[in-house]
Write a protein that binds this ligand. Structure first.
Ligand SMILES: [Zn+2]
Length: 364
């Protein structure tokens, strides 16, 4: 190799990695809560739904847990980790009342197109237009990381819905996706994993295609403890399914429990050397839902006004603490993929088909 060529290669390498030198983030946790409305995230329990006996079995119980006249208090009761920790140390986008808008770019406003948009950084209406188990022809940011030596085989996904192995294209990407009713296979299994595998068989799920999120949470925590992955994708599903069932009580209880689980993950991160002060969290959702009128909150999709409205939150050592964003802005779901790469300090400029990262994502 001529010295000129060598010089050229060195400078290219430097361009690609220059950002990573400036950033502290070395690990990334992407977390999604299926179909959790911005209305509850920013306003807490919906006054029109919390005492409606059509959707709530024990209204007094739900009111005692989650009600407050003040919506700011109310949201804090529902999701204390978001409103105590993330709001103080990170950013929360999507409060439309304050002018902060985050939307799906895809035209469908249901799960597969939403997750594909989140993970691939683009829409593809021709290939992805249903929730069918179709191998995703597009490349997720996880798969792109899989070809980086620093991240290869240090990526894992834990998902409640059974379509995720297809969305992430586990077959092609070689990213391990533990989803739905698939038991964890590892050698050796930890005692906790073996027990979770037993329970997965013994506890009936309310739904044919989605497992209860407790499995996703605890399988993930065990894996993290054992293998210390650098990139984790956690996809919780209950909020969407309980909403479809018309159970507003379960929907709120699940949102609250998931908030607590995320706080446990954050506490784990802050106590372990591999992760402490070098891990970023990005939390979002695949779609919104309809309003409280005529039970539209139970559903989503093109015919349900408002189900394109989503939100995202981000927190980590490189993220400026803007808190709840209260200025006019418009962000898109397709920006999540490049944002995840950007948080890790990777230059996304070479991925022409991927939408750019969110603005104000890092202070570098
Ligand atoms: Zn749904």
């Amino acid at each position: 190799m001529t010295s000129r060529r060598f010089y050229l290669m060195v400078s290219l390498f430097t361009i690609l990695w220059i950002n990573s030198l400036a950033q502290k983030t070395e690990n990334l946790f992407l977390i999604t809560l299926d179909g959790l409305r911005w209305e509850e995230l920013f306003g807490g329990a919906d006054p029109q739904l919390i005492t409606n006996p059509e959707y709530v079995k024990d209204t007094a119980d739900l009111v005692s847990k989650f009600w407050d006249e003040d919506p700011l208090q109310r949201r804090q009761r529902l999701m204390p980790f978001f409103w105590n920790e993330v709001a103080e140390k990170g950013q929360i986008h999507g409060n439309r009342i304050l002018g902060s808008k985050v939307d799906c770019s895809n035209i469908f406003w249901f799960s597969y197109p939403g997750y594909a948009e989140i993970l691939c950084g683009k829409t593809n209406a021709q290939a992805i237009h249903s929730n069918a188990m179709v191998w995703n022809p597009d490349t997720t940011f996880l798969e792109r990381l899989q070809s980086e030596p620093d991240y290869k085989d240090r990526i894992a996904a834990f998902c409640s819905w059974d379509v995720f192995p297809y969305i992430i294209n586990e077959k092609r990407s070689n990213i391990p996706v533990n989803a739905a009713f698939e038991k964890v296979q590892d050698n050796p299994l930890s005692p906790r994993e073996a027990f979770l595998n037993e329970l997965l068989e013994e506890i009936p799920s309310p739904w044919p295609t989605v497992r209860l999120d407790a499995f996703t949470q605890h399988y993930a925590l065990e894996y993290i403890e054992k293998h210390q992955p650098k990139v984790v994708y956690l996809a919780y599903g209950e909020t969407d399914d309980f909403a479809h069932d018309g159970r507003y009580d379960h929907y709120l209880n699940s949102a609250h429990q998931t908030d607590e689980w995320i706080s446990r993950i954050w506490n784990y991160i802050q106590q372990h050397q591999q992760y402490k002060d070098k891990t970023s969290l990005l939390i979002t959702t695949d779609h919104g839902r309809g309003s409280f009128v005529d039970g539209a909150w139970m559903s989503h999709g093109k015919t349900y006004t408002g189900s394109n409205a989503i939100w995202y939150a981000v927190m980590g050592p490189d993220t400026e603490a803007l808190g709840e964003v209260d200025s006019e802005e418009q962000s898109w779901q397709r920006q999540v993929a490049a944002s995840c790469l950007r948080l890790l300090g990777l230059d996304t400029g070479s991925f022409a088909d991927m939408a750019p990262p969110f603005k104000n994502l890092t202070n570098k």
